[in-house]
Design a protein around this ligand. Structure first.
Ligand code: FAD
Length: 383
């Protein structure tokens, strides 16, 4: 087990289980208020270490297909996404490293008239919820993004979208949490959280720790821990595929995705083009990490080259797979009922975009501060 602070300490005000983007931000925010915090992370392959660095604001067509029954609730909570990117913008001002956060806008492209019409309906819904998206047709699209294929009919354009370098951001946020006094225990799994009078025992591979309150911010790892206490958090692991190309001269400024096919495309400040967007990876056996599927490599890159032909001329540098925590479109944020201080912080889809704001919302709840967003739709009681 690797630790980055006092290993002898056994008792904390709050123990945060999971040191991904959500757990690390939450640990930082609570430590900033003078609370003693331990953040414990198993080091499993997670979305935080695998993600593509897209700052999403537009509705994801993939999700609408997966969870049609959750659509009304998803629509009502769309306004969390603009708040999430604004929050990221403020957050990076506090970091000691440039994490390449850029809001150059996002384009969700369409290849046929039916798809473009559905994007227009999508923009109308988004506009009711604080998202400033609009449809642009081919001529305007190619003016905004001349690197895109002339085959495209148009796109939904959202200026609020952007991109970040997640490797740099994860490192800078961890440094910030440590500088606030967070005790970080890495490569240490939490096996169980057990209530006791006035607090909790947290059973880890490194022994028993104690805390007044505990937060499950462990993505899919939150589900079995909650289940042991009789609670349901139906987060399941969605193994997803990613690619990155060799560095190239500046080709694209925007975050590009497709209105009906799985892809996200963006170029980092380093010149590398990151290609992902929901192609599957093979699930690992038991706790083994997911593995890359050759069909996903070929399919994802072929689609990238169809949309942005210059990307097709780049060499592939690396592929990888990671686990996306998938719940029911919506975040799970709040205290488990009757638990006496056991909280959940699992962001909804596009969880890297949502992680910091979700951490802030749960921190405010724990600190008895007024919430900057209504939490009812995210309450864990809904399951
Ligand atoms: C390939 C891929 C690309 C993605 N791209 C994007 C994107 O571009 N934009 C976007 O917004 N979102 C993206 N996502 C989704 C996003 O990465 C996740 O939703 C987000 O990382 C969730 O953060 P989290 O901290 O809540 O959970 P996680 O990142 O899953 O972190 C949970 C942590 O908990 C730890 N843990 C689990 N169980 C235990 C336990 N029992 N004890 C101790 N520790 C435990 C794990 O080791 C892990 O580090 C992507 C996901 C994947 C897989």
């Amino acid at each position: 087990m690797a630790t980055t602070a006092d290993n002898d300490r056994r008792r904390f005000d709050v123990i945060v289980v999971g040191g991904g983007i959500t757990g690390m931000c939450l640990s930082w925010f609570l430590a900033d208020e003078g609370l003693s915090i331990a953040c414990i992370d198993h080091g499993r392959d997670s979305g935080t270490t695998a993600n593509a660095g897209s700052m999403h604001v537009q509705m994801q067509s993939r999700l609408v297909r997966l969870f049609p029954e959750r659509l009304p609730a998803y629509k009502r909570t769309l306004s969390l996404y603009p708040l999430a990117v604004e929050f990221w913008n403020d957050l990076v001002q506090e970091l000691d490293e440039d994490v390449e956060l850029v809001f150059a806008g996002g384009l969700m492209v369409a290849e046929d008239a039916e798809n473009l019409e559905s994007l227009a309906r999508k923009c109308a819904i988004e506009n009711e919820h604080g998202i400033t998206s609009r449809v642009v047709e081919r001529d305007e699209l190619l003016e905004i993004a001349p690197y895109l294929s002339e085959r495209l009919l148009g796109a939904a354009y959202c200026e609020q979208e952007g991109k970040i370098n997640p490797l740099k951001a994860n490192r800078a946020i961890e440094q910030k949490a440590l500088s606030k006094g967070v005790t970080l225990l890495r490569e240490s799994a939490v096996d169980a959280v057990e209530p006791r009078s006035g607090g909790f025992d947290v059973m880890t591979q490194a022994g028993r720790l104690e805390a007044d309150r505990v937060v499950l911010a462990a993505g899919v790892g939150s589900t079995p821990l909650a289940r042991k206490l009789g609670y349901t958090i139906p987060a399941r692991a969605e193994p997803l595929h990613m690619n990155i190309t060799e560095p190239a001269e500046p080709i694209m400024r925007h975050l590009v995705q497709h209105g009906s096919r799985p892809i996200t495309l963006k170029q980092l400040g380093t010149g590398h083009v990151v290609v992902g967007g929901g192609w599957p990876a093979a699930p690992g056996e038991r706790e083994a990490p997911p593995t890359v599927l050759s069909e996903s490599v070929v399919g994802n890159l072929r689609l990238a080259a169809e949309i942005a032909p210059r990307v097709g001329g780049l060499r592939l540098l690396r592929t990888w797979a990671g686990v996306n925590p998938l719940v029911d479109l919506l975040s799970v944020l709040g205290e488990l009922p009757g638990s006496g201080g056991l909280f959940v912080a699992v962001p909804g889809d596009c969880g890297y975009t949502l992680g910091p704001i979700c951490a802030r919302l749960v921190a405010d709840l724990m600190l008895d501060r007024p919430s900057r967003y209504p939490l009812e739709a995210f309450a864990p009681q809904r399951f």
